[in-house]
Design a protein around this ligand. Structure first.
Ligand code: SAH
Length: 345
């Protein structure tokens, strides 16, 4: 295993079989995390990029079996934040909190048309920030329109590259279309963010290996990996859920194979363990996304239960994040944090 980790560290390339061996082995996690931490330092440095997350609508027309926002969940109060308030939240994040990237996330909400979204994008871009969208599957024309309005990046997780599993857990959706949408982000000139859930019922070690190779194949700029956490109002309520350990291993291997990309320490990792994000930052991650949604709405954006920071105000969440970063001797970047491609050493 040590040899394989060395190989990954030096060549940033592993076969599917080699990935499977590392993912299966239960003794090598600490070495793997240390190697990913070294590669992270070498390629993207000690600075951590903060992204201000605004969860602006929890309406969703999709019915993903793992997600608390699914259409059939009648136990959540649906909300939309209006355009002016979205801008005020972005302005507070940029001017008062000093954050350099705004992330707008929502369910698949048809209320926010291309025109409405482009208006919001143009307004937010007057704040001298980078802007990321995470609003689900759209057409290539829409992605191009967001880019023309000023959007810089887009997050669309593949969720899992195991097609059968994807179709089982995302009823009514097309796996091919999801892949095409991810490719279209690149064609539209947006930075490509993707990622997977770890620990879905039926998800196999082999498919994590495929996931990591997929991230390379799509030339991802950013990859977010989170453990699946069962939500009581979904069909997967009785599932076991993912573990922090496996999620961190998939993340660390992603860092080894895609050394210069941006990788967030995800909120779902923090939800599973109070030091989950700190561990992630020491196992390959270089990004944190503090939540700046108004406190009154946060509890309704319940992708999964116990979503970390639900009860804190934005300023409190940010203070905690800064403390976490300082406690491990890292610093907060003042740059917008674009993906800078580096020649592989
Ligand atoms: N509607 C947008 C944004 C999705 S929400 C889209 O389709 O892309 C952001 C992410 O939350 C999802 O991509 C999914 O990976 C994650 N998520 C959803 N339910 C979850 C759960 N139960 N546990 C952990 N993560 C979950």
């Amino acid at each position: 295993m040590k040899k394989l980790i060395e190989k990954a560290k030096n060549t940033h390339s592993l076969s599917r079989e080699e990935l499977v061996s590392l993912l299966t082995d239960t003794t090598c996690s600490d070495e793997l995390f240390a190697a990913a931490d070294d590669v992270r330092r070498q390629y993207v440095g000690d600075e951590i990029h903060l992204r201000a997350l605004i969860e602006f609508s929890n309406f969703c027309k999709n019915n993903c079996c793992y997600c608390g926002l699914r259409r059939d969940n009648k136990n959540i109060e649906r909300y939309r934040i209006d355009e002016d308030t979205i801008f005020l939240l972005a302005e507070h994040a940029a001017r008062n909190m000093g954050l350099k990237t705004i992330v707008l996330q929502s369910g698949k909400d048809m209320f926010f048309t291309q025109e409405k979204l482009c208006n919001i994008i143009r307004k937010i871009k007057t704040l001298d920030v980078a802007l990321t969208l995470s609003i689900g599957e759209k057409t290539l024309e829409e992605y191009k329109a967001y880019k023309a309005a000023g959007a810089d990046r887009f997050l669309l997780r593949i969720e899992t590259t195991d097609k059968d599993l994807y179709l089982r857990h995302d009823p009514g959706m097309s796996f091919e279309n999801r892949v095409q949408c991810i490719k279209n982000l690149g064609l539209a000139g947006l930075e490509i963010g993707s990622g997977v859930l770890v620990g879905l019922p039926g998800q196999k070690i082999e498919s994590y290996a495929d996931d990591i190779l997929f991230f390379k194949a799509i030339n991802a700029d950013m990859i977010g990996i989170g453990p699946f956490i069962p939500h009581p109002d979904t069909p997967l309520k009785d599932a076991a859920g993912g573990t922090l350990e496996t999620a961190l291993k998939v993340m660390a291997l992603t860092r080894l194979l895609l050394p210069d990309i941006n990788i967030p320490a995800t909120t779902a990792m923090e939800t599973l363990a109070p030091n989950g994000q700190t561990k992630a930052l020491q196992a390959g991650a270089n990004v944190i996304m503090p939540n700046v949604t108004l406190t009154q709405y946060r509890k309704h954006y319940e992708l999964y239960p116990g979503k970390s920071s639900t009860n804190y105000t934005s300023d409190e969440s940010l203070r905690q994040v800064r403390e976490k970063i300082a406690s491990i001797g890292r610093t907060v970047s003042q740059a917008k944090g674009f993906h800078i491609r580096k020649p592989l050493a």
